[in-house]
Ligand binder design. Structure first.
Ligand SMILES: [Fe+2]
Length: 133
């Protein structure tokens, strides 16, 4: 499964700082995937999900600052999406406390969210920033 998680041209939003942060995010998904492949115990997978959560929190804060500083018109919509994903990740971490989430479910959720986040929402932000020069 690990080989399908790689950086793809379609993920690029055209703003270097955002693309670099997104690349790191792909690296964290790969790390979680490898942990499953190596049958790491679920307590440790939970720790990796927490690590990813903290990085997502940082990344969203950084994007929200960019949106605020550039008067991005869709700020409120995007902020809501960020909050929703953070809630979903919190739920996943809580679920791990009591039960196991299998690799396919977790990785598919993270990848499909990431694909949508980069190719839809952040792409719009990228175009907006580029249009302002
Ligand atoms: Fe992003």
């Amino acid at each position: 499964m690990n080989e399908i998680i790689s950086w793809k041209k379609e993920y690029e939003v055209g703003v270097e700082s955002i693309d670099n942060e997104h690349k790191l995010f792909v690296g964290l998904i790969q790390k979680i995937c490898s942990a499953y492949d190596n049958n790491v115990k679920k307590e440790h997978i939970t720790l990796l999900v927490k690590e990813l959560y903290k990085y997502v929190d940082f990344h969203f804060f950084s994007e929200e600052n960019i949106m605020i500083f550039t008067d991005y018109p869709d700020y409120a919509v995007q902020k809501k999406e960020h909050d929703l994903l953070k809630n979903q990740l919190t739920n996943i971490m809580m679920t791990f406390e009591s039960e196991y989430i299998d690799q396919a479910n977790l990785i598919n959720f993270l990848l499909s969210w990431f694909r949508e986040h980069t190719t839809q929402t952040d792409k719009k932000l990228g175009l907006f920033i580029q249009s302002r020069g």
